[in-house]
Design a binder for this molecule. Structure first.
Ligand SMILES: Cc1cc2nc3c(=O)[nH]c(=O)nc-3n(C[C@H](O)[C@H](O)[C@H](O)COP(=O)(O)OP(=O)(O)OC[C@H]3O[C@@H](n4cnc5c(N)ncnc54)[C@H](O)[C@@H]3O)c2cc1C
Length: 330
């Protein structure tokens, strides 16, 4: 039995369904209706899987397979492979989807190898035509996209967060929950994740912010980021940075926007003293409006932005902050 649609391997963040899983369900439904056929199933592993199953159904899954096990609350490579294998043997999916996350990067290639399937990481587009899965991923530092078409019997694709839109939640959507019976073979468990260290952060998450105020190397050091924080606070947004800033150690890597950083899709992206290199733009070009402040009128960021101010941020930013404060009445 083969080609029973799409299987999404769910991921959670702080006990809640991860945004990238909702996005995978939405593109999974498009694939199922657009040539793959079958249904969209999902797999939830770890703790609180009943509640996660409800969420998965509300976001489009027709069947959810759960494996409740407190030892698997954190991603555990060798145990997750065994549970996913059982789900695959039960569902017989044509396509298996996951986020391009730490666990997606680890688990999908392992499953792909076992099934002699095609494995595509970092997908920003997915389609199915003439019996082939087509996918696109950024290459050459985000300057180009590679398009792949694979006629393999099974496909494993990791999707980039925010590259696809999640379908709106529908509590009326019906689905069935099935408990998976898996006997975990401890002899096959060679690697165990014992601790996950979280970096504490305050305020709105960069990925979720409607306004992002990002700074680049032109700020000259970590101190000016206090000004960016001030502006972000007034606008109810979050602070981001270019890679040059994170590489210099002015801010942790979690602030990095771009190809090798986070993808953000805010309503407003304010780029202060950022050159607008393609690798940076790969992470923020989905913003509805980009405003740039840069002293170099020929800087690439002005080609990418809707509004721009040519000038030294030292002079432009304070009055911009004051104006925003007045307009917001804060
Ligand atoms: C494989 C690969 C992956 C990469 N991934 C990423 C990524 O994820 N994210 C990312 O950001 N980069 C990434 N990069 C690096 C990228 O190519 C650029 O080097 C980086 O984005 C440059 O950062 P920047 O614009 O802050 O610095 P710079 O290129 O140094 O630009 C600084 C800008 O500030 C302006 N400026 C200077 N002083 C002032 C002032 N007083 N007032 C106003 N403006 C001023 C300058 O005119 C200039 O435009 C990647 C590169 C590679 C090769």
């Amino acid at each position: 039995m083969s080609n029973q649609g799409v299987l999404v391997i769910a991921e959670t963040k702080d006990g809640k369904l991860a945004g990238v899983t909702k996005e995978a369900l939405a593109i999974g439904a498009k694939l199922a209706h657009g040539g793959v056929g079958g249904k969209v199933s999902a797999l939830a592993i770890g703790t609180g899987t009943d509640a996660i199953a409800k969420e998965l159904i509300a976001h489009g899954a027709s069947d959810v397979y759960t494996f409740e096990n407190a030892d698997l609350a954190k991603y555990q490579p060798d145990a997750y492979v065994q549970v996913a294998e059982k789900a695959i043997a039960t569902v017989h999916p044509k396509v298996v989807l996951m986020g391009q996350t730490d666990s997606g990067r680890d688990l999908l290639p392992k499953l792909g190898l076992k099934h002699h399937g095609s494995v595509t990481p970092d997908c920003v587009e997915l389609g199915f035509a003439d019996g082939k899965l087509t996918s696109a991923k950024p290459v050459y530092g985000g300057n180009a996209r590679s398009i792949f078409a694979s006629g393999a019997a099974m496909h494993f694709a990791a999707i980039r967060a925010k590259a696809f839109e999640a379908a709106p939640r529908n509590d009326g959507h019906q689905g069935a929950v099935h408990k998976l019976d898996v006997h975990l073979d401890q002899a096959k468990v060679k690697v165990k994740v014992t601790e996950v260290k979280k970096q504490e952060s305050t305020g709105i998450r960069l990925e979720d912010a409607a306004v992002v105020v990002s700074g680049g190397r032109g700020l000259g050091g970590p101190e000016p980021f206090k000004k960016l924080e001030e502006l972000a606070k007034i606008l109810g947004g979050a602070v981001g940075a270019s890679r040059a800033v994170c590489d210099a150690g002015w801010l942790p890597a979690t602030f990095q926007v771009g190809l090798t950083g986070k993808t953000v899709t805010p309503d407003l992206y304010i780029a202060v003293a950022i050159s607008g290199a393609s690798q940076h733009m790969a992470g923020c070009s989905g913003a509805k409006t980009i405003i740039a402040i840069n002293k170099d009128k020929d800087s690439n960021i002005f080609k990418e932005s809707r509004y721009g101010v040519v000038g030294d941020w030292n002079e432009v930013l304070p009055s911009f902050i004051e104006m925003c404060r007045e307009l917001r009445g804060s």
